[in-house]
Every structure is written in C-alpha cells, then in structure tokens.
Design a protein around this ligand. Structure first.
Ligand SMILES: Cc1cc2nc3c(=O)[nH]c(=O)nc-3n(C[C@H](O)[C@H](O)[C@H](O)COP(=O)(O)OP(=O)(O)OC[C@H]3O[C@@H](n4cnc5c(N)ncnc54)[C@H](O)[C@@H]3O)c2cc1C
Length: 588
C-alpha cells in the first residue's frame, strides 16, 4: 500500500476558531502540530460570526458566571450537560481576557474596558431582564477573533496544510484513532497524517437545509468521518433556526441588531414578540423567536406580497449607532435585501443556522462512545471541539454568542488534554493497521469509475429540499415519517453519484462529491433522530407532541450509521461544584 505518510504529535482537522485555539495551545507546548483546512484558515466560517462572544465580565452592569450558567441550562431546554456548562461559563472571562491579550481588537467602553451588548436569552439574576454579556468587535466579532488567533499561531510556528481535505479517520482493531487520510485539493494527492492525537474541528453542517446562514464549506465532514468509523452522532435532531436570515438569500442578520434595540414587526406593524415572550420580548431565545415568527406567517400576518416574511426594524436607532455598531449589517441589507436599514425595515425569515448535535465529547474535548456498558468510554486518540462537537453545552437550543465561547473554552481544553496524554504516556506510537487508507481509496476509485450515475448537484438539491420541508422549524409526524423514507432513498442515490471531470488538479467536482457524502450522512442522522424523538424540546418542535416530556425524553440521542440504529444515554444533570438547575417550564 503505497500512500505517503507524515507523522505529527497532533493533527487538527479544521482551521476555524476551535482548531486555531487548540493549535495555539499545542504549538506553545512545543508539540509538532499540523492543521489541515479546506480553505485558508481565516476563511473558515468563524469569520462570519457577527454578534459577539459571551462572558459574564460585568463591564456595564452586574453579571456573574452562575447567571450565565443558569441561562445556558435553561436555553438548552435542560438537555445540556450541566458539568460542561459550568465548566464553560466559569472559564468564559478567562478565555476572553486571554484573547484580548493575544491582540483581539474588541470595541471599548469609554474607560477602556471591553464593550458588551445584550443578546437573546442572556439575562440578569436568573432570568429577570436582559444583560450586556456579549463581548463584541462591531458586527464582525468572528472576523476579529479568527485573525487574532491565526496571527498568534503564525507566531507560535503552527504548521498549516491549506487546501487539504481530510477524508477519513484511521482506526485500528482496538478502536484507537491513529490519524487521518487526507487529499491535497491542488494536486489530488492522497496522504496519511499519522498522529497520536487527532482533533476534529470541522465546524457545522447547516448546509443540509435549502435556506441556511452557513458557508458552502460547512458540510459536516467531521461527522461523516466519525460515522463511517463506527462512532455514533449525538442529538442530531437539534438544528437551530436563526430568527433573522435575509428573506430569499438566507444571509444572517445578527441578533446583535435586536441587542442594540431593533425589533420585529408583523404586517400590521405590531411588535408581536410582546405576546409570545412578555419579559424578554425580541431577546427571547432563538427557538422561541423563530417559532413566533413562523406562527405569525402561518396565521396570515406575514409582510410582503406573499405574506411570507417578517420585518426587522432598526431605523429608530439612528444612522450613528447603525454605522458604528452594525456597519456590516447595513451593507448586507443593502446588498441582499435592497433595503437600507437606516431608512426602512429588513425583510427576514427563520433560517437554518447552527447544529447543536455532533460528535459526542466530554468537556475535556475527548470523543466518547458507549463501550462495555459505559455510555461514555473515551475513544483513544480522538478529540473534537467547536460546532462539530456535542459536549453538550447547547443541549436542545444554543444561546447566541455561546458558540464563539465554546470554541475558545473547548479548543483550549481539548489541547490541554492532548498535552497531558502525550506527556503522561510517551510510549512509541502505534503501528498503522495494514489496511490504513483502503476504505478512502475505494471511495475515490468508486467516484472515478462510476458510470451512468447521477449529478451531485441534483441529488444534493433533493437532500436540501427534503430537510427543509420535512424537518424544519415545525415538525409534523407524517412529514417526518415520509422524510425518513425519502432521505434514505437520497442516501442510496448519493452512493451512485458520478463526476464528469476526473482530473487531479483542483478538481472541485470531486471535492463537492466527497463533501456530499458527509452532508447526506448528517441529514440522515438528523431526520432519523428527529422522527424518533416524541416530544418538543428546544429547536425540536413536534405538532403531535407539543410539550417537553422529561419523564421519557430527558436523554441524549445516539445515532449509528450502521443499520441506522438509535441508542440513548443520560443527560449530565449534575454540575461540577454547584447545585443542579432542575428542569422547569421555560418562559421568557
Ligand atoms: C453567519 C454566522 C454568524 C454567527 N455569529 C455568531 C456569533 O456572533 N457568536 C457566536 O457565538 N456564534 C456565532 N455563530 C456560530 C459560530 O460562528 C460557529 O459555530 C463557529 O464559528 C464554528 O467554529 P468552528 O471552529 O467549529 O468551525 P469553522 O469556523 O466552521 O471552521 C471549520 C474548519 O474546518 C475545516 N474543515 C472542514 N472540513 C474539513 C476537511 N474535511 N478537511 C480539512 N479541513 C476541513 C474548514 O476548512 C474550516 O477551517 C455564527 C455562525 C454563522 C454561520
């Protein structure tokens, strides 16, 4: 078997916020680390994050990590693991100050401290009233953060493999992960990256939906790799719909707009959120606002000639605030909605945005899977952080600004665990199994030799239609059952796709076909998990089971590719040091 092999202490798949934060920690510990990325690192989706990163700094008003923890547990609709949530909220101020010291250009208050804005679901004093907790750099926080982390990595001599696509994990007979098989997009060369630690930081997969705020590269590659290697995927029924995607285009309008004082109107000019969330109003959590908007539209109060969108008004903030705090939003609105928000409202609709589920991991960034009676046995050598990981801090619904935080906290934690592992057992690396890379080469050979197959574009359009129609903001039993059948058929078609262009050099058709394998894996897992969960919780809203059912469903879903099998495992209801927050009705 003639694949070239390179060896590292650690290989990180993904150059977004999570991958770069982890890489920095590893490189600073003098480990030999490789970061693989499909795109130049600063083009990862983290660059698009607008609103901010949550941390209870209390710079403008009183705040503390315990309130933040409460909001996150409540926001997760009690499906989040409380040990991990405590870990994240406690670490938040530290990782944000660390980022500040790496050079992050945050907006400032007049006294020089970091500027913070209110964000959905972030409240003072256990849900009393909105609090300024989102640390922001105008409406380009992710851009500032990703560039800061990239520069810090350059300084620390992290080795980047840009435009390399990881295709599969290498797992030996004991189930240990020994690295990845990857393809250089420029040349088509396939190579083995062997490492004692492999960290997946491949980001989200909201591209399974027709209307999405996500970048085209967010194709769930880490999830596909894990599923093919026999590790389950967790809580895949929970996809977040962001309330404010630009009507028609799907591009995101940050919740920061509402944080700065913007609000939603129906066609009658009514501020309808007052009816759905009398206290938090437009700053209720995302699942609540998205459902309210979808209900307004469904009941005939949508704006526009087809009555199918909602208006986001912010002209009352004045040109100064809009130009200073939301310049990117103004640009997006003019470009994609033909509306200048200084003068008129922006037409918006709920749009697929964030994947709460993903690769099952603990708060140390170790990937875990059931084995020998333990529901959370560590998969040795495999780690995950960022949106692809399900820790689970976001449970059934993520609060805005908790993702950038998650990248920093768990990127760092995963790296620290890797450093500990490598230092505590410095034994020789394991040998690769004799068949390393063969599955990948077979997948590539299949694509090259396929005759009379279908076009990737056609099958993937069908997948997006199915997800949008059968597994959207509101979920109906008959549509879910039919959706499962259709998505399985689509997955079967995905195994027979054909590419016309067989060249090796920058073959984007091949890349898209390989990405589609991962997308379809994600979509199947989502629909099957959603059909099975007979309750409504967070972003998962079923017409036939409109209530949360803690007696039967306070548990995490695990989906296995093999046989489309489902298992469940308990939620960690016990925090690390404080008293648990017991489930109660979620009102905003
Ligand atoms: C428009 C938008 C706005 C957002 N705003 C906010 C916000 O204000 N606050 C907040 O907290 N969250 C926000 N989020 C969510 C948050 O930005 C993301 O969840 C987060 O940035 C994901 O970071 P990541 O490091 O996990 O992945 P990404 O930043 O998506 O990076 C993934 C990386 O993996 C690489 N990759 C993927 N597959 C492969 C492969 N097969 N081989 C090699 N490399 C691969 C990619 O090249 C990329 O480098 C927003 C999301 C969107 C879409």
């Amino acid at each position: 078997m003639g694949l070239t092999r390179r060896t590292f202490d650690a290989v990180i798949v993904g150059g977004g916020g999570a991958g770069l934060r982890a890489a920095l920690e590893l490189a600073r510990a003098d480990l030999k680390v490789a970061v693989l990325s499909k795109v130049f690192p600063t083009r990862s989706h983290t660059v698009a994050a607008q609103g901010g990163v949550a941390a209870a700094l209390g710079n403008s008003e009183e705040d503390n990590w315990h309130w933040h923890m409460y909001d996150t547990v409540k926001g997760s609709d009690y499906l989040g693991d409380q040990d991990a949530i405590e870990f994240m909220c406690r670490a938040a101020p530290e990782v944000v100050y660390e980022l500040e010291h790496f050079g992050m250009p945050f907006d400032r208050l007049s006294d020089g401290r970091i500027y913070q804005r209110p964000f959905g679901g972030h409240m003072q004093a256990y849900g009393m009233n909105p609090v300024q907790r989102a640390c922001a750099a105008a409406d380009r926080t992710g851009h500032a953060m990703l560039h800061t982390l990239y520069q810090a990595n350059v300084k620390a001599h992290t080795q980047f493999f840009v435009e390399w696509m990881a295709l599969d994990l290498i797992r030996d007979r004991e189930g240990d992960v020994l690295g990845v098989v990857a393809m250089e997009i420029e040349t088509g060369e396939v190579m083995i990256f062997q490492a004692r630690a492999t960290l997946l930081a491949t980001g989200g997969a909201a591209r399974i939906f027709a209307s999405s705020t996500n970048a085209f590269i967010n194709t769930g590659d880490g999830l596909g790799m894990v599923a093919r290697a026999g590790v389950p995927l967790q809580d895949m029924e929970f996809f977040q719909f962001h309330p404010t995607g630009v009507y028609g285009a799907g591009v995101l309008i940050t919740e920061g707009v509402r944080g700065e004082g913007g609000y939603l109107l129906n066609k009658n000019g009514e501020r309808f959120m007052e009816r759905y969330a009398p206290n938090a109003k437009d700053l209720a959590s995302r699942d609540v606002v998205s459902r309210a908007m979808a209900t307004e539209i469904k009941e005939g109060r949508g704006a526009g000639k087809d009555g199918d969108y909602i208006l986001l008004k912010l002209d009352h903030l004045g040109a100064d605030v809009i130009n200073k705090r939301l310049p990117g939003i103004r640009e997006i609105s003019i470009k994609f909605a033909n509306a200048d928000p200084i003068k008129e409202p922006i037409p918006v609709v709920p749009t697929a945005h964030y994947m709460m589920g993903g690769i099952p991991s603990n708060y140390r960034g170790q990937v875990v899977a059931p084995r020998g009676g333990n529901p959370e046995e560590v998969v040795r050598g495999l780690h995950a952080a960022g949106e692809c990981a399900c820790v689970s801090v976001h449970g059934a619904n993520r609060l805005g600004c908790n993702s950038l935080l998650d990248l920093l906290v768990f990127g760092r934690a995963a790296a620290r665990q890797i450093i500990d592992d490598l230092r505590s057992s410095p034994q020789a690396r394991k040998d690769l199994p004799p068949d390393a890379g063969e599955m990948t080469l077979a997948r590539l050979a299949r694509l090259d030799s396929q005759k009379n197959g279908e076009r990737v574009a056609d099958v993937s359009a069908e997948m997006r239609r199915i997800m949008q129609h059968h597994c959207g903001v509101f979920r109906f039993p008959d549509l879910l059952v039919e959706g499962v059948k259709k998505i399985k058929e689509t997955a079967a078609r995905a195994a027979r796709t054909e590419i016309q262009d067989k060249s090796k050099t920058f073959n984007t058709a091949r890349v898209e076909a390989l990405e589609f394998d991962n997308l379809v894996e994600t979509a199947v897992a989502s629909l099957i998990s959603a059909e099975a969960r007979k309750e409504s919780r967070g972003s998962h809203d079923r017409a036939d089971f409109p209530k949360r059912d803690d007696a039967n469903w306070l548990k995490h879903t695990l989906y296995y590719k093999e046989g489309h099998r489902l298992e469940y495992k308990p939620v960690h209801t016990k925090p690390l040091t404080v008293e648990p927050f017991a489930p109660k009705a979620r009102v905003y």
